[in-house]
Design a binder for this molecule. Structure first.
Ligand code: 2P0
Length: 313
């Protein structure tokens, strides 16, 4: 069974867990699932196997396999399944580009594995299972805009938001292919320990989310961009208070260029995750102007992606 799940970028970030094991977040997050970057994962039950056989992007790497096996074990124990499987997973972006995402990978793995085990789960259950593997994966079950709610094990899942805005675009700026200095899981943990700043982050992100929903409903790109930018900057300030930084000189240079573009009247805003690449938030009418302005960079112009789904062949 082969499944495809798309990468999502958060406009309101998830940063910090109140329960590490269940991956329950302290605050709700809101994301846009894109069409250009995705993971295809094939899972086949093989009764002859005495352990899982895993290949990710053509290689079998102990460290990466471990997380996959852990997730397969969780699914097996939850649904009382004994079979081992062959897993072949391919990201359509080079892992070294820092854009290969645990979100699309674990959403695709969850869908492909549960189908291979003949489980026909609802999207809610798929989102919950994906969350156990990687928080942001809960959101990649859904295309377009989604919210991952706070709550308990049962209620903290992603849900789609009914916003039809085909002009909305995210342009990925590939500015740096270096490996990230710290895993987001570790950096999150350190951020939560910084209690004073962390409490402020939780409080502010709730305000940002409420404002973001209004701006999205109004298809108001200026407000969407400003709120997302402020939210990302708040998260990065929090991260930097722990001594970790994901911003490189190149990231800062690109951010300066986005500010320059805005002074020329172009509707371009940025967000950044746990890596140096920049994602530009914009709408159709501005895309060519932005891509031209950043002609020394590789750019990927993204529209809304679909829900995670089974692909034939
Ligand atoms: C997000 N990030 O909302 C935030 C913003 C990165 C920056 O979710 O520890 O791989 O596996 O739950 O989901 C990346 O963290 O972390 C992430 P775990 P995950 O997209």
């Amino acid at each position: 069974m082969k499944a495809r799940a798309y990468v999502n970028f958060a406009l309101i970030k998830y940063w910090g867990k109140k329960n590490e094991k269940l991956r329950l977040p302290f605050q709700a997050s809101l994301s846009f699932t894109i069409d250009k970057l995705f993971t295809d994962t094939k899972v086949t039950v093989n009764k002859k196997l005495i352990k899982d056989k895993i290949t990710i992007n053509g290689i079998s790497d102990e460290r990466l396999n471990k997380r996959v096996i852990q997730h397969l074990n969780l699914i097996r124990s939850k649904y009382n399944i004994k079979d081992y499987v062959e897993v072949t997973s391919v990201n359509n972006v080079p892992t070294s580009a820092g854009l290969a995402s645990s979100a699309s990978s674990f959403a695709a793995l969850t869908l492909a594995a549960t189908k291979a085990f003949n489980l026909n789960l609802s999207k809610e259950e798929l989102s919950r299972l994906s969350r156990y593997a990687s928080g942001s994966a809960s959101r990649s079950i859904f295309g377009n805009f989604a919210i991952w709610d706070i709550g308990d094990d049962k209620t903290s899942i992603a849900r789609p938001i009914d916003i039809n805005w085909p002009e909305f675009k995210i342009i990925v700026l590939m500015i740096d292919k270096s490996k990230k200095p710290a895993s987001s899981t570790d950096a999150m943990k350190e951020s939560v320990e910084n209690k004073l700043l962390y409490d402020e982050w939780v409080k502010q992100s709730k305000i940002d989310l409420d404002k973001m929903l209004i701006a999205l409903n109004n298809k108001d790109i200026k407000s969407v961009g400003e709120i997302a930018e402020k939210n990302a900057n708040h998260m990065h300030d929090l991260i930097e208070s722990t001594g970790i930084t994901y911003k490189t000189k190149e990231s800062l240079k690109a951010i300066d260029k986005i500010h320059e573009l805005r002074t020329k009247g172009v509707l371009a805003y940025y967000t950044m995750d746990a890596g140096p690449n920049i994602k530009i938030i914009t709408i159709d009418s501005e895309v060519n102007k932005i891509v031209d302005y950043f002609n020394e960079y590789e750019t990927i112009v993204c529209s809304k992606g679909k829900d995670a789904h089974i692909v034939l062949n």
